[in-house]
Design a protein around this ligand. Structure first.
Ligand SMILES: Cc1cc2nc3c(=O)[nH]c(=O)nc-3n(C[C@H](O)[C@H](O)[C@H](O)COP(=O)(O)O)c2cc1C
Length: 306
């Protein structure tokens, strides 16, 4: 009784008060959630993926509910890096939140340009690069599925920035270990996984896809077992810290990832169901540690047995 539980973790030199972050694209720019709790109490806020220019995204319908999650084809809608820096970041700084900026480009050049713009900006504590979008210039190859392309991209970004660099991996690959090693060798300081799994849902009466884009990204509890397996495999394959993502709805779900080998987690779809989900998960973890008499959350990282 009365023992202070230590939830702090260190991700590539970035000290977080607890291991719970929000997942990019599911928490806006953080500010939308201020009515629900103090976002500065989270481990970190990961903002909606930014591109060089503002992006309108795909036409609707672009969200479909599925039995244990959702399909989305938002199409990376965002305000663009300049509006983020001018309008959103100053307010985020006031919240004292640890801010991780997620970004993506269509070409390697765009990725580098964005990284350069964001590096060294006060109030931006780390960058998370999303390599799950189509590489137009390379003729449809996806940065996140070709290990050599991913390696070259991350190496170029790494050379240009001094902030901690988190690389967010796609699960739509044959072997996650190969991708994890490729970006670690290129200089990634941490990996986050998983992004959504490609899926599709059809309205049988209309004979049409429920999404205007035909396919979308599946998220939510449906993907959690896949995500836990991939985090476990990646944690065995690399030395850099892993951030686990995929269908985390409550503290026990987050703990699964930590025990599998993640040093921190991100909460995505759960925030649509309960805007306070991420903070509830922090509290739930603390309760679990009290019940199990665990002093430091770091003692649990990668503690899975067989
Ligand atoms: C509506 C929506 C928008 C998303 N936008 C982004 C994004 O801009 N950048 C990114 O890296 N991931 C994005 N994601 C993926 C999430 O960050 C997360 O990896 C995924 O949803 C799995 O976690 P979850 O099951 O907890 O939602 C988005 C997911 C959803 C549902």
């Amino acid at each position: 009784m009365g023992v202070k539980r230590d939830l702090s973790v260190d991700i590539a030199g970035l000290k977080l008060k607890n291991p719970v972050m929000t997942a990019s694209g599911t928490f806006g720019y953080g500010l939308e959630f201020e009515p629900f709790f103090d976002i500065g109490d989270l481990g970190a806020v990961v903002v909606k993926g930014l591109s060089l220019k503002p992006k309108a995204g795909n036409p609707p319908p672009r969200i479909v509910e599925t039995p244990a999650g959702m399909l989305n084809a938002i199409g990376l809608q965002n305000v663009g890096v300049d509006v983020f820096l001018e309008e959103k970041l100053p307010k985020l700084k006031q919240s004292k939140a640890t801010v991780i900026v997620n970004f993506f480009g269509n070409t390697a050049h765009e990725y580098e340009e964005l990284a350069r713009k964001l590096d060294g900006v006060e109030g931006v504590h780390a960058l998370e690069v999303n390599i799950s979008c189509p590489n137009v210039k390379a003729g449809g190859i996806v940065f996140g599925t070709d290990p050599a392309v991913a390696h070259n991209l991350i190496k170029k970004i790494r050379e240009k920035i001094s902030l901690p660099l988190i690389v967010k991996l796609s699960p739509n690959v044959t072997d996650i270990k190969v991708m994890a090693r490729a970006v670690e060798e290129a200089g990634a300081d941490a990996l986050s996984l998983i992004n959504t799994l490609t899926g599709m849902a059809i309205d049988v009466r209309k004979g049409k896809s429920k999404l205007a884009n035909m396919t979308g990204g599946l998220s939510g509890p449906a993907i959690r077992p896949v995500a836990v397996r991939m985090v476990w495999e990646a944690a065995e394959a690399v030395k850099v810290p892993i951030i686990g993502i995929g269908g985390i709805m409550k503290a026990e779900d987050a703990l699964e990832f930590i025990i599998a080998g993640a040093s921190a987690v991100q909460v995505g779809t759960a925030s649509f169901v309960n805007p306070a989900a991420a903070m509830d998960i922090v509290k739930g973890m603390e309760t679990f540690m009290e019940e199990e008499n665990i002093e430091k959350i770091t003692d649990l990282i990668g503690s899975v047995r067989n």
